[in-house]
Design a protein around this ligand. Structure first.
Ligand code: AMP
Ligand code: TRP
Length: 333
């Protein structure tokens, strides 16, 4: 009997070229992408237009875009299997954002928790770009007729809004967009800050709050050593009462491919210090290959340029097909 081939689906996701990619980005997003690219039609974007919605350094942006590309490649995204491209290279993202803005209620954007958090963080000094950020993200997703969007927990609300915008567009103008859905890991979708384990690990916080994907052995030892733990000394998973050790257990479990239960048994009666030392060694071992590969790609800038050029050509073909439909259905000449 022939085995039935699983249906390949269109996948889209992206990361902003801001700050340094950390293990939260890896465990919440990139790790899923690597698995998904084997059987699916994947499109992975470096979302530079999103990164400029808050203050940034123009001199560093270009470097960051190349760095995120090298990160994708070093982490195992294969340009022969997946499309890798830079958002601003495909002007259709801006065009579709404008059109989707015309059917997006302001109230929906005011509700977005990330907008509210960032507004607070930047003291009310907020651009229209930051407000419209979720519409640009909807355009990213809908242009590629995406079915699944693998992201961390913090992006769930944005993907749901993209789905709502697609639904509203289809109802108003006729069936045009595939309705996308977020794909979120059961464990690892929200890795917490090492310093404040009730807050998510973030690219924009201080370096000691996160493990960078390319951190050195010394940095890893120091950061894990000084990570906040909780009162008591049991190594047990209890995110409510022991957020610090629970976060470290989550990280350990995902990198070691062991269940949290197994780790709790393994470390029964042992102290935080031993656990932290072993976790640091594990991270040093698992992250070393990323560092070596990223350095190889960075020594070869032509290769990065080539990947992005070929990626843009493939992405553009898909985006243009969608835009022709959109213009026609909206009554544009
Ligand atoms: P960003 O750093 O905002 O560009 O996020 C890139 C991807 O990583 C998105 O899919 C996020 O949801 C995911 N992500 C960011 N921070 C974390 C975290 N602390 N834990 C898990 N996933 C995360
Ligand atoms: N807003 C996302 C983040 O900060 C990045 C992003 C932009 C994205 N466009 C996307 C993620 C489309 C998934 C799909 O993490």
């Amino acid at each position: 009997m022939k085995s039935e081939k699983l249906k390949s689906v269109r996948i889209f996701s992206g990361i902003q070229p801001s700050g340094d990619i950390h293990i939260g980005n890896y465990l919440g997003a990139i790790k899923q992408w690597i698995a998904l690219q084997e059987k699916n039609d994947c499109v992975f974007c470096i979302v530079d237009w999103h990164a400029i919605t808050v203050p940034y350094e123009p001199k560093l942006l270009r470097q960051k875009i190349k760095e995120v590309t090298a990160t994708y490649l070093a982490a195992g995204i294969n340009p022969k299997k997946s499309v890798i491209f830079v958002q601003s290279h495909i002007k259709e993202h801006a065009e579709l954002t404008w059109l989707l803005n015309t059917i997006t209620p302001i109230g929906d954007l005011q509700r977005m928790t990330q907008f509210k958090d960032k507004s607070k963080k930047y003291g009310g000094n907020i651009s229209a770009g930051l407000f419209n950020y979720p519409v640009l993200m909807a355009a990213d997703i809908l242009l590629y007729q995406t079915e699944l969007v693998p992201v961390g927990q913090d992006q769930k609300q944005h993907v749901e809004l993209a789905r709502e915008i697609a639904r509203r567009f289809n109802a108003k103008f006729g069936d045009t967009f595939t309705l996308p859905q977020a794909q979120i890991m059961k464990i690892g979708a929200k890795i917490m800050s090492l310093a404040e384990p009730t807050k998510k690990m973030s690219k924009s916080d201080k370096p000691e709050t996160r493990i960078g994907l390319f951190d050195t052995a010394e940095q890893i030892k120091k950061k894990i050593g000084s990570a906040t733990t909780d009162s008591g000394k049991e190594i047990e998973y209890n995110p409510e009462q022991k957020p610090g050790i629970s976060n470290l257990l989550t990280i350990y479990s995902l990198f070691a491919n062991k269940t949290i239960k197994d780790l709790e048994n393994e470390y029964a009666g042992k102290n935080y210090q031993t656990f932290k030392q072993n976790l640091a060694e594990l991270l040093i071992e698992k992250l070393a290959p990323f560092r070596t590969k990223k350095a190889e790609f960075e020594e070869n800038p032509e290769q990065i340029g080539k990947v992005l050029k070929e990626g843009a050509e493939k992405a553009r073909a898909i985006a243009q097909t969608t835009m022709e439909k959109v213009r026609a259905t909206m009554g544009l000449l």
